[in-house]
Design a protein around this ligand. Structure first.
Ligand code: NI
Length: 295
């Protein structure tokens, strides 16, 4: 509160001239300014100064100055792992291999429309500055990322050091892009052996196979891919590849078909509901694939 003592009519006139422009020109100020006159004492009560309407461009400048590297190094916030009990409800884990690539964005858009989560097994050398935004979307939209080797060799043909290098380089690339340490690994071609399993165990990676193969890499036929994926059963892990447009185009149809049959779309880790054992091989909870079933 400010108190101004004014004597005589000239003083009152001068004060009126001082206050008038504020009162007449600024509606916000009229409401916040109280002028009380008591004999020769005029009290001027003011509240906090009224700020001009915020300018979005100034806001951007201020925020950028406060966080000069934003949004480049802004930490990713993944939604929490959901507590879906796949032993009680029908779950299916859709998996997409070999990306990220040009069609990955379309797959992510479709999954988002259905509120579906999936797992992407990425190839290390596909992780580039141009594709990093796909990986970051995967994390922030609740999907899981798995290791699919550095450049997709048949790992049993490599020496142990070579397998370790394939896994390690990809772990580092994804960690640099997203901050995520992957816990899942899908061997290229599903080709694994004791040596590969041992290196996977050392890298902290469970081996994830599948029990439904859409053969989408061979049959570039959207309706065929939709039909094969829609044949999934409860607990299935479905193999697809997000590097093919025909597969990206098949995702809306297979999500619609499976959702109509009451399926929940979960990540591989959500499907199992517990931490998977590094080095061990899993192929869906149905256990229909005898060759690569859980063991
Ligand atoms: Ni592959």
């Amino acid at each position: 509160m400010a108190t101004i003592r004014v004597r005589g009519n000239w003083g009152r006139l001068a004060l009126a001239l001082l206050v008038a422009p504020w009162v007449s020109g600024c509606g916000g100020l009229v409401a916040s300014l109280g002028v009380a006159e008591q004999d020769d004492i005029v009290r001027v009560r003011s509240t906090a100064p009224v700020r001009p309407a915020s300018d979005p461009r100034m806001l951007v400048l201020r925020v950028t100055a406060a966080q000069p590297e934003w949004p480049g190094t802004r930490p990713l916030v993944a939604p929490p792992r959901r507590a879906i009990r796949c032993e009680q409800v029908k779950c299916v884990a859709l998996t997409f291999d070999d990306g990220p690539y040009d069609h990955t964005g379309a797959v992510l858009d479709t999954l988002a429309r259905y509120g579906a989560r999936a797992t992407f097994f990425v190839v290390g050398q596909m992780v580039t500055p141009q594709s990093t935004h796909y990986l970051r979307r995967m994390v922030s939209e609740g999907h899981e990322i798995g290791n699919h080797s550095w450049d997709h060799p048949a790992l049993p043909s490599l020496a142990g050091d070579g397998v370790r290098d394939q896994l390690g380089r990809t772990q580092r690339a994804v960690r640099a892009a997203t901050g995520v340490t992957m816990r899942l690994f899908r061997p290229p071609y599903g080709a694994t052996d004791g040596k590969v399993a041992e290196q996977a165990a050392r890298a902290g990676l469970a081996q994830i196979m599948w029990d439904v193969d859409t053969m989408d890499w061979r049959d570039r036929d959207t309706s065929l891919v939709t039909r094969r994926a829609s044949a999934a059963g409860s607990g299935s892990v479905v193999l697809m590849h997000d590097i093919h447009k025909t597969t990206a185009d098949a995702v809306p149809g297979l999500l619609r078909d499976l959702a109509a049959r009451g399926y929940a779309f979960v990540t591989v880790s959500e499907l199992y509901g517990a931490d998977l054992v590094p080095g061990r091989s899993y192929a869906g909870r149905t256990g229909t694939d005898g060759a690569t079933g859980r063991r």
